[in-house]
Design a protein around this ligand. Structure first.
Ligand SMILES: [Ca+2]
Ligand SMILES: [Ca+2]
Length: 257
């Protein structure tokens, strides 16, 4: 008798175990119906119409995409390198004063205002261009007793200058009798050799060679205020000067504070 034929060996059991067909992974995890037949899907899921299952899947995908979209960083932040600012990568920036009433200017006087003092906020502003327009309307004609006078034209001049080599000066311009008059001037910082003029806080910001700190001045000259006259010229009514409205527009780049 060989060892294989020993009655103590569990030969039959081994043979039965080997005779059973091996189950695949799919079969091991298959759901069985009441008769023991395997089913492709969970019984509960099988009862849900296919269209409803597709809808649920679609909603789940939409929710996931929405969550990703909301949490994704949005907008380009100003790109500021640690020790040097690349101005071209900053966000475009513009500012306008809107049409603003200026103070009455006496004949022969000048009013100067620095642009930096007008721009609100403490960000760092890299100016590319400044446009300025003034408009004025002379006072209505006066009269002395029955004698009507005609208010002769007023003359203004508008100027922009700067701490760098850019400036603009208009001609001396006069209104037509009774009509309003406008003067506009502008400066392009690029005409200075620099690309940008910086105003505002530059602490901790290293500026490139195309950028220089400085300021822009806007200057209104009230040259002559023509008086109220008539012919023959016996008495005149003095015109002391005039008021005006001003609108300033600035474009460039900015680093918010
Ligand atoms: Ca006048
Ligand atoms: Ca006037």
């Amino acid at each position: 008798m060989s060892p294989d034929e020993s009655p103590t060996e569990p030969q039959i059991d081994v043979g039965e175990a080997e005779a059973k067909p091996k189950k695949s992974m799919k079969e091991r995890f298959a759901f069985l119906d009441k008769s023991g037949e395997s089913m492709d899907k969970v019984p509960g899921v099988n009862k849900i119409p296919r269209s409803a299952r597709v809808l649920v899947l679609l909603i789940a995908v939409i929710l996931i995409v929405s969550v990703i979209a909301i949490s994704w960083p949005s907008g380009d932040k100003p790109v500021v390198e640690p020790d040097h600012v690349d101005v071209t990568k900053l966000e475009d920036w513009s500012w306008s004063s809107g049409s603003t009433q200026g103070d009455f200017l006496n004949e022969g006087t000048t009013f100067t205002q620095a642009l930096a003092s007008m721009i609100e906020g403490n960000g760092t502003i890299f100016i590319e261009r400044v446009d300025v327009t003034i408009t004025w309307q002379d006072e209505p004609d006066g009269s002395i007793g029955p004698r009507q006078k005609q208010n002769q034209p007023d003359t203004f001049q508008l100027e922009i200058n700067s701490t760098i080599n850019v400036s603009a000066m208009s001609e001396e311009m006069s209104n037509t009798h009774g009509a309003s008059q406008t003067i506009s001037v502008f400066v392009d910082i690029a005409d200075s050799g620099y690309d940008y003029l910086v105003i505002g806080n530059t602490t901790g910001i290293k500026l490139g060679e195309d950028v220089t700190p400085g300021d822009i001045n806007i200057i209104i000259h009230m040259i002559v205020a023509g008086d109220h006259t008539s012919s023959p010229q016996i008495l005149i009514i003095n015109d002391f000067g005039n008021d005006y409205t001003i609108e300033i527009s600035v474009t460039g780049k900015m680093i918010p504070e």
